[in-house]
Design a protein. Structure first.
Length: 437
Protein backbone atom coordinates (compact mmCIF):
# COMPACT_ATOMS: atom_id res chain seq x y z
CA UNK A 1 0.00 0.00 0.00
CA UNK A 2 1.27 3.48 -0.85
CA UNK A 3 1.48 6.24 1.76
CA UNK A 4 0.45 9.09 -0.50
CA UNK A 5 -1.79 10.50 2.23
CA UNK A 6 1.20 11.22 4.50
CA UNK A 7 2.95 13.07 1.69
CA UNK A 8 -0.14 15.28 1.41
CA UNK A 9 -0.11 15.88 5.19
CA UNK A 10 3.54 16.95 5.04
CA UNK A 11 2.81 19.28 2.11
CA UNK A 12 0.01 20.93 4.11
CA UNK A 13 2.35 21.25 7.09
CA UNK A 14 5.00 22.97 4.99
CA UNK A 15 2.37 25.47 3.85
CA UNK A 16 1.47 26.36 7.44
CA UNK A 17 5.15 26.62 8.33
CA UNK A 18 5.64 29.16 5.56
CA UNK A 19 2.48 30.99 6.71
CA UNK A 20 3.98 31.52 10.12
CA UNK A 21 7.33 32.68 8.80
CA UNK A 22 5.28 35.39 7.08
CA UNK A 23 3.37 36.22 10.24
CA UNK A 24 6.19 36.17 12.78
CA UNK A 25 8.19 38.60 10.65
CA UNK A 26 6.20 41.46 12.09
CA UNK A 27 6.81 40.74 15.78
CA UNK A 28 10.54 40.29 15.23
CA UNK A 29 10.73 43.53 13.22
CA UNK A 30 8.93 45.62 15.85
CA UNK A 31 11.89 47.77 16.94
CA UNK A 32 13.01 48.33 13.33
CA UNK A 33 9.50 49.42 12.34
CA UNK A 34 9.32 51.78 15.35
CA UNK A 35 12.54 53.39 14.13
CA UNK A 36 11.58 53.43 10.43
CA UNK A 37 7.98 54.63 10.68
CA UNK A 38 7.84 56.21 14.16
CA UNK A 39 4.80 54.23 15.35
CA UNK A 40 3.46 53.86 18.92
CA UNK A 41 2.87 50.65 20.88
CA UNK A 42 -0.87 50.91 20.27
CA UNK A 43 -0.29 51.48 16.55
CA UNK A 44 1.86 48.36 16.45
CA UNK A 45 -1.09 46.49 17.97
CA UNK A 46 -3.31 47.76 15.15
CA UNK A 47 -0.68 46.85 12.59
CA UNK A 48 -0.37 43.36 14.10
CA UNK A 49 -4.11 42.80 13.82
CA UNK A 50 -4.42 44.08 10.22
CA UNK A 51 -3.66 40.63 8.83
CA UNK A 52 -6.53 39.19 10.85
CA UNK A 53 -9.07 41.74 9.58
CA UNK A 54 -9.14 40.42 6.03
CA UNK A 55 -8.37 36.89 7.23
CA UNK A 56 -11.45 36.90 9.45
CA UNK A 57 -13.73 38.69 6.94
CA UNK A 58 -13.01 36.06 4.29
CA UNK A 59 -13.45 32.92 6.38
CA UNK A 60 -17.14 32.32 5.65
CA UNK A 61 -16.85 33.14 1.92
CA UNK A 62 -13.77 30.90 1.73
CA UNK A 63 -15.71 28.01 3.28
CA UNK A 64 -18.39 28.33 0.61
CA UNK A 65 -15.75 28.55 -2.13
CA UNK A 66 -13.90 25.51 -0.81
CA UNK A 67 -17.06 23.39 -0.79
CA UNK A 68 -17.91 24.73 -4.25
CA UNK A 69 -14.55 24.60 -6.11
CA UNK A 70 -12.37 22.35 -3.95
CA UNK A 71 -9.06 22.55 -2.10
CA UNK A 72 -6.72 22.64 -5.10
CA UNK A 73 -7.87 25.77 -7.00
CA UNK A 74 -8.51 27.88 -3.88
CA UNK A 75 -5.25 26.79 -2.26
CA UNK A 76 -3.19 27.74 -5.32
CA UNK A 77 -4.66 31.23 -5.55
CA UNK A 78 -4.13 31.80 -1.84
CA UNK A 79 -0.47 30.71 -1.89
CA UNK A 80 0.32 33.05 -4.78
CA UNK A 81 -1.35 36.00 -3.04
CA UNK A 82 0.51 35.53 0.22
CA UNK A 83 3.84 35.41 -1.62
CA UNK A 84 2.99 38.71 -3.34
CA UNK A 85 2.03 40.21 0.04
CA UNK A 86 5.42 39.41 1.57
CA UNK A 87 7.26 41.03 -1.33
CA UNK A 88 4.95 44.05 -1.00
CA UNK A 89 5.88 44.39 2.69
CA UNK A 90 9.56 44.40 1.81
CA UNK A 91 9.05 47.21 -0.71
CA UNK A 92 6.66 49.37 1.36
CA UNK A 93 7.75 53.04 1.41
CA UNK A 94 5.48 54.02 4.30
CA UNK A 95 3.19 52.77 7.04
CA UNK A 96 0.09 52.98 4.81
CA UNK A 97 1.45 50.66 2.13
CA UNK A 98 2.87 48.34 4.78
CA UNK A 99 -0.57 48.18 6.40
CA UNK A 100 -2.05 47.33 2.97
CA UNK A 101 0.45 44.49 2.47
CA UNK A 102 -0.64 42.96 5.80
CA UNK A 103 -4.27 43.16 4.68
CA UNK A 104 -3.32 41.33 1.46
CA UNK A 105 -1.48 38.69 3.47
CA UNK A 106 -4.74 37.99 5.31
CA UNK A 107 -6.52 37.53 1.98
CA UNK A 108 -3.92 35.06 0.74
CA UNK A 109 -3.70 32.98 3.89
CA UNK A 110 -7.45 32.92 4.63
CA UNK A 111 -8.08 29.53 2.95
CA UNK A 112 -5.17 27.70 4.65
CA UNK A 113 -6.69 26.11 7.75
CA UNK A 114 -10.23 25.44 6.42
CA UNK A 115 -8.69 23.97 3.26
CA UNK A 116 -6.31 21.80 5.29
CA UNK A 117 -9.17 20.53 7.47
CA UNK A 118 -11.14 19.65 4.34
CA UNK A 119 -8.14 17.96 2.73
CA UNK A 120 -7.49 15.86 5.84
CA UNK A 121 -11.12 14.78 5.81
CA UNK A 122 -10.73 13.56 2.22
CA UNK A 123 -7.33 11.90 2.64
CA UNK A 124 -7.43 10.23 6.06
CA UNK A 125 -9.51 7.68 7.98
CA UNK A 126 -10.93 8.86 11.29
CA UNK A 127 -8.31 6.92 13.29
CA UNK A 128 -5.42 8.88 11.72
CA UNK A 129 -6.82 12.38 11.57
CA UNK A 130 -5.37 13.71 14.81
CA UNK A 131 -1.78 12.95 13.79
CA UNK A 132 -2.39 14.16 10.23
CA UNK A 133 -3.89 17.38 11.61
CA UNK A 134 -1.00 17.74 14.08
CA UNK A 135 1.47 17.73 11.20
CA UNK A 136 0.05 21.00 9.89
CA UNK A 137 -1.08 22.44 13.22
CA UNK A 138 2.31 21.66 14.78
CA UNK A 139 3.89 23.68 11.98
CA UNK A 140 1.99 26.70 13.35
CA UNK A 141 4.14 26.36 16.49
CA UNK A 142 7.36 25.27 14.83
CA UNK A 143 7.10 28.26 12.48
CA UNK A 144 7.39 30.81 15.31
CA UNK A 145 9.98 28.63 17.11
CA UNK A 146 12.49 28.69 14.27
CA UNK A 147 11.07 31.78 12.56
CA UNK A 148 11.88 34.20 15.37
CA UNK A 149 15.49 32.99 15.31
CA UNK A 150 15.98 32.87 11.53
CA UNK A 151 14.02 36.03 10.81
CA UNK A 152 15.65 37.73 13.78
CA UNK A 153 19.10 36.86 12.45
CA UNK A 154 18.16 38.18 8.99
CA UNK A 155 16.77 41.37 10.50
CA UNK A 156 19.85 42.01 12.65
CA UNK A 157 22.27 41.21 9.83
CA UNK A 158 20.55 42.63 6.74
CA UNK A 159 17.56 44.72 7.93
CA UNK A 160 13.85 44.08 8.17
CA UNK A 161 13.14 44.52 4.44
CA UNK A 162 15.39 41.62 3.49
CA UNK A 163 13.65 39.35 6.02
CA UNK A 164 10.29 40.04 4.36
CA UNK A 165 11.79 39.50 0.90
CA UNK A 166 13.20 36.14 2.03
CA UNK A 167 9.83 34.91 3.30
CA UNK A 168 8.25 36.09 0.05
CA UNK A 169 10.68 33.93 -1.93
CA UNK A 170 9.99 30.89 0.28
CA UNK A 171 6.25 31.48 -0.14
CA UNK A 172 6.58 31.51 -3.93
CA UNK A 173 8.44 28.19 -3.87
CA UNK A 174 5.59 26.70 -1.82
CA UNK A 175 3.06 28.01 -4.35
CA UNK A 176 4.90 26.06 -7.07
CA UNK A 177 5.05 22.91 -4.93
CA UNK A 178 1.33 23.05 -4.09
CA UNK A 179 0.43 23.65 -7.74
CA UNK A 180 2.24 20.52 -8.91
CA UNK A 181 1.71 18.16 -5.94
CA UNK A 182 -1.76 18.60 -4.45
CA UNK A 183 -4.75 16.68 -5.83
CA UNK A 184 -7.89 15.37 -4.15
CA UNK A 185 -7.87 11.56 -3.72
CA UNK A 186 -10.29 10.94 -6.62
CA UNK A 187 -7.96 12.90 -8.95
CA UNK A 188 -4.63 11.59 -7.63
CA UNK A 189 -2.82 9.13 -9.88
CA UNK A 190 -0.07 8.24 -7.39
CA UNK A 191 -2.26 6.56 -4.78
CA UNK A 192 -2.67 2.77 -4.94
CA UNK A 193 -6.04 1.04 -4.95
CA UNK A 194 -5.16 -0.49 -1.58
CA UNK A 195 -4.58 2.92 0.01
CA UNK A 196 -7.78 4.25 -1.53
CA UNK A 197 -9.77 1.33 -0.09
CA UNK A 198 -8.09 1.79 3.30
CA UNK A 199 -9.00 5.46 3.71
CA UNK A 200 -12.55 4.92 2.41
CA UNK A 201 -13.13 1.99 4.79
CA UNK A 202 -11.83 4.13 7.66
CA UNK A 203 -14.48 6.79 7.15
CA UNK A 204 -12.76 9.33 4.88
CA UNK A 205 -15.10 12.06 3.65
CA UNK A 206 -16.36 11.63 0.11
CA UNK A 207 -17.57 14.12 -2.45
CA UNK A 208 -21.31 13.89 -2.87
CA UNK A 209 -23.05 12.59 -5.96
CA UNK A 210 -23.08 16.03 -7.59
CA UNK A 211 -19.32 16.45 -7.43
CA UNK A 212 -17.88 18.95 -5.01
CA UNK A 213 -20.91 21.26 -4.87
CA UNK A 214 -23.50 21.38 -2.11
CA UNK A 215 -23.25 20.78 1.59
CA UNK A 216 -25.28 22.11 4.47
CA UNK A 217 -26.19 25.84 4.39
CA UNK A 218 -24.15 28.22 6.53
CA UNK A 219 -27.25 29.33 8.41
CA UNK A 220 -28.00 25.74 9.44
CA UNK A 221 -24.43 25.11 10.64
CA UNK A 222 -24.31 28.36 12.63
CA UNK A 223 -27.29 27.19 14.69
CA UNK A 224 -25.73 23.88 15.70
CA UNK A 225 -24.78 23.56 19.37
CA UNK A 226 -21.66 21.51 18.64
CA UNK A 227 -20.37 24.00 16.10
CA UNK A 228 -20.89 26.91 18.51
CA UNK A 229 -19.19 25.04 21.37
CA UNK A 230 -16.16 24.30 19.23
CA UNK A 231 -15.97 27.91 18.00
CA UNK A 232 -16.20 29.45 21.49
CA UNK A 233 -13.66 27.05 22.99
CA UNK A 234 -11.20 27.61 20.18
CA UNK A 235 -11.71 31.38 20.43
CA UNK A 236 -10.06 31.25 23.86
CA UNK A 237 -7.16 29.17 22.54
CA UNK A 238 -6.57 31.45 19.60
CA UNK A 239 -6.68 34.59 21.75
CA UNK A 240 -3.76 33.23 23.78
CA UNK A 241 -2.01 32.01 20.63
CA UNK A 242 -2.03 35.43 18.96
CA UNK A 243 -1.14 37.23 22.18
CA UNK A 244 2.03 35.12 22.37
CA UNK A 245 2.70 35.15 18.62
CA UNK A 246 2.81 38.94 18.36
CA UNK A 247 3.85 40.05 21.83
CA UNK A 248 6.13 37.37 23.32
CA UNK A 249 9.37 38.96 22.01
CA UNK A 250 8.22 42.30 23.45
CA UNK A 251 7.39 40.64 26.79
CA UNK A 252 10.87 39.18 27.08
CA UNK A 253 12.23 42.58 26.12
CA UNK A 254 10.64 43.96 29.33
CA UNK A 255 12.79 41.47 31.26
CA UNK A 256 15.94 43.36 30.17
CA UNK A 257 16.84 41.07 27.24
CA UNK A 258 18.21 42.39 23.95
CA UNK A 259 16.60 41.61 20.58
CA UNK A 260 18.60 38.47 19.90
CA UNK A 261 18.12 36.95 23.37
CA UNK A 262 14.43 37.87 23.35
CA UNK A 263 14.14 35.87 20.12
CA UNK A 264 16.01 32.93 21.65
CA UNK A 265 13.82 32.88 24.77
CA UNK A 266 10.71 33.24 22.61
CA UNK A 267 11.64 30.15 20.58
CA UNK A 268 11.71 27.82 23.63
CA UNK A 269 7.94 27.75 24.37
CA UNK A 270 7.20 27.36 20.64
CA UNK A 271 9.56 24.38 20.34
CA UNK A 272 7.94 22.75 23.37
CA UNK A 273 4.53 23.47 21.88
CA UNK A 274 5.53 21.81 18.60
CA UNK A 275 6.42 18.63 20.50
CA UNK A 276 3.19 18.48 22.52
CA UNK A 277 1.14 19.29 19.41
CA UNK A 278 2.52 16.36 17.39
CA UNK A 279 3.18 13.82 20.17
CA UNK A 280 0.16 14.37 22.44
CA UNK A 281 -2.53 16.00 20.28
CA UNK A 282 -1.53 13.91 17.27
CA UNK A 283 0.23 10.60 17.87
CA UNK A 284 -1.12 9.79 21.37
CA UNK A 285 -4.74 10.58 20.48
CA UNK A 286 -4.67 8.34 17.38
CA UNK A 287 -2.81 5.58 19.25
CA UNK A 288 -5.44 5.48 22.02
CA UNK A 289 -8.33 5.46 19.53
CA UNK A 290 -6.73 2.62 17.52
CA UNK A 291 -6.45 0.62 20.75
CA UNK A 292 -10.20 0.86 21.21
CA UNK A 293 -10.53 3.73 23.67
CA UNK A 294 -13.76 5.73 23.25
CA UNK A 295 -13.14 8.39 20.60
CA UNK A 296 -15.10 11.16 22.30
CA UNK A 297 -13.49 10.48 25.70
CA UNK A 298 -9.97 10.61 24.28
CA UNK A 299 -10.49 13.76 22.23
CA UNK A 300 -12.44 15.62 24.90
CA UNK A 301 -9.89 14.72 27.61
CA UNK A 302 -6.99 16.12 25.60
CA UNK A 303 -9.03 19.12 24.46
CA UNK A 304 -10.12 20.12 27.97
CA UNK A 305 -6.93 19.21 29.84
CA UNK A 306 -4.78 21.09 27.34
CA UNK A 307 -6.96 24.19 27.64
CA UNK A 308 -6.83 24.05 31.45
CA UNK A 309 -3.02 23.86 31.31
CA UNK A 310 -3.14 27.11 29.35
CA UNK A 311 -3.99 28.80 32.65
CA UNK A 312 -0.30 28.42 33.57
CA UNK A 313 0.14 31.63 31.57
CA UNK A 314 -0.87 33.41 34.77
CA UNK A 315 2.39 32.23 36.34
CA UNK A 316 4.30 34.69 34.16
CA UNK A 317 2.41 37.55 35.81
CA UNK A 318 4.38 37.24 39.04
CA UNK A 319 7.99 37.00 37.92
CA UNK A 320 10.74 39.14 36.42
CA UNK A 321 13.04 36.13 35.92
CA UNK A 322 13.10 35.12 32.21
CA UNK A 323 13.84 31.47 33.07
CA UNK A 324 10.80 31.21 35.35
CA UNK A 325 8.69 33.03 32.75
CA UNK A 326 9.79 30.59 30.02
CA UNK A 327 8.80 27.68 32.26
CA UNK A 328 5.23 28.89 32.87
CA UNK A 329 4.69 30.07 29.29
CA UNK A 330 5.99 26.75 27.95
CA UNK A 331 3.53 24.80 30.13
CA UNK A 332 0.66 27.03 28.98
CA UNK A 333 1.52 26.97 25.29
CA UNK A 334 2.35 23.26 25.42
CA UNK A 335 -1.06 22.40 26.88
CA UNK A 336 -2.92 24.60 24.42
CA UNK A 337 -0.95 23.15 21.53
CA UNK A 338 -1.77 19.57 22.56
CA UNK A 339 -5.45 20.55 22.35
CA UNK A 340 -5.14 22.39 19.03
CA UNK A 341 -4.88 19.45 16.56
CA UNK A 342 -7.81 17.78 18.30
CA UNK A 343 -9.82 20.94 17.76
CA UNK A 344 -8.84 21.20 14.10
CA UNK A 345 -9.69 17.53 13.48
CA UNK A 346 -13.23 18.04 14.77
CA UNK A 347 -14.68 19.88 11.70
CA UNK A 348 -14.15 16.76 9.58
CA UNK A 349 -15.71 14.63 12.35
CA UNK A 350 -18.87 16.65 13.03
CA UNK A 351 -19.62 18.29 9.67
CA UNK A 352 -22.54 17.02 7.57
CA UNK A 353 -21.77 15.70 4.08
CA UNK A 354 -19.51 17.99 2.03
CA UNK A 355 -19.61 20.75 4.67
CA UNK A 356 -16.15 20.51 6.22
CA UNK A 357 -15.02 23.66 4.42
CA UNK A 358 -17.91 25.66 5.91
CA UNK A 359 -17.50 24.27 9.44
CA UNK A 360 -13.76 24.94 9.24
CA UNK A 361 -14.38 28.48 8.05
CA UNK A 362 -16.91 29.13 10.84
CA UNK A 363 -14.33 27.86 13.34
CA UNK A 364 -11.61 30.04 11.86
CA UNK A 365 -13.86 33.11 11.80
CA UNK A 366 -14.05 32.91 15.57
CA UNK A 367 -10.32 32.25 15.70
CA UNK A 368 -9.51 35.36 13.74
CA UNK A 369 -11.87 37.59 15.69
CA UNK A 370 -9.71 36.51 18.64
CA UNK A 371 -6.66 37.21 16.48
CA UNK A 372 -7.89 40.76 15.89
CA UNK A 373 -8.75 41.38 19.53
CA UNK A 374 -5.64 39.89 21.14
CA UNK A 375 -2.91 42.16 19.72
CA UNK A 376 -5.01 45.34 20.03
CA UNK A 377 -6.22 44.65 23.57
CA UNK A 378 -2.76 43.51 24.64
CA UNK A 379 -1.24 46.71 23.26
CA UNK A 380 -3.80 48.73 25.21
CA UNK A 381 -3.42 46.76 28.46
CA UNK A 382 0.38 46.67 28.31
CA UNK A 383 0.49 50.41 27.62
CA UNK A 384 3.65 52.47 27.17
CA UNK A 385 5.21 50.67 30.17
CA UNK A 386 4.85 47.24 28.49
CA UNK A 387 3.24 45.77 31.62
CA UNK A 388 1.77 42.41 30.62
CA UNK A 389 0.11 41.30 33.87
CA UNK A 390 -3.39 42.49 32.95
CA UNK A 391 -3.06 41.07 29.43
CA UNK A 392 -2.22 37.59 30.77
CA UNK A 393 -5.10 37.80 33.27
CA UNK A 394 -7.62 38.48 30.48
CA UNK A 395 -6.28 35.51 28.51
CA UNK A 396 -6.68 33.23 31.55
CA UNK A 397 -10.28 34.33 32.04
CA UNK A 398 -11.13 33.52 28.42
CA UNK A 399 -9.63 30.04 28.81
CA UNK A 400 -12.06 29.30 31.66
CA UNK A 401 -14.96 30.22 29.35
CA UNK A 402 -13.43 28.04 26.64
CA UNK A 403 -13.39 24.98 28.88
CA UNK A 404 -17.05 25.52 29.77
CA UNK A 405 -17.95 25.74 26.06
CA UNK A 406 -16.26 22.40 25.31
CA UNK A 407 -18.06 20.71 28.21
CA UNK A 408 -21.54 22.23 27.93
CA UNK A 409 -21.94 22.88 24.19
CA UNK A 410 -19.61 20.66 22.15
CA UNK A 411 -20.21 17.49 24.15
CA UNK A 412 -19.99 14.20 22.27
CA UNK A 413 -17.89 14.41 19.10
CA UNK A 414 -20.19 13.02 16.43
CA UNK A 415 -21.61 14.16 13.10
CA UNK A 416 -24.15 16.96 13.11
CA UNK A 417 -27.44 15.72 11.53
CA UNK A 418 -27.91 16.40 7.85
CA UNK A 419 -30.27 19.36 7.24
CA UNK A 420 -33.83 18.29 6.52
CA UNK A 421 -35.38 19.28 3.16
CA UNK A 422 -37.96 22.03 3.35
CA UNK A 423 -41.47 20.81 4.04
CA UNK A 424 -42.81 22.12 0.71
CA UNK A 425 -40.02 20.32 -1.15
CA UNK A 426 -40.88 17.08 0.63
CA UNK A 427 -44.55 17.46 -0.16
CA UNK A 428 -43.76 18.19 -3.78
CA UNK A 429 -41.47 15.19 -4.01
CA UNK A 430 -44.12 12.90 -2.54
CA UNK A 431 -46.75 14.25 -4.87
CA UNK A 432 -44.78 13.98 -8.10
CA UNK A 433 -42.52 10.94 -7.56
CA UNK A 434 -42.02 9.38 -11.02
CA UNK A 435 -42.91 5.70 -11.46
CA UNK A 436 -40.11 3.15 -11.23
CA UNK A 437 -38.76 2.04 -14.57
Amino acid sequence: MTNRRWGIAILLGVGVLVNYFDRVNLSVSKDALFHEFGISTFMFGLLSSAFNWTYAALQLPVGVLLDRFGVGPIGRIGALLWAIASFASALSPGIGSFFGSRLLLGVGEAPTFPANAKAIGYWFPRSERSLATALFDGAAKFGPAVGVVLVGALTVRFGWRWSFAATGLISFFFFLAFWFLYRDPDQDGRMSAAERSYIEAGGAQKKNGKGIRGGAPLGYLLKQRKVLGLVLGFFAYNYCFYLLLYWLPSYFGTLKLDTFHSAMYTSIPWLFATATDVLVGGWLVDALIKRGKPETTVRQTVLITGTVLGLALAGAMWTRDPVVAVFWISIALGGLSAAAPVGWSIPSLIAPTNSVGKVGSILNTGNQIAGIAAPILTGYLAGPQNSFGRAFAVAAGLLVLGVLSYVLLLGRIEQVPEPHPRADSMTSAARFTPPES
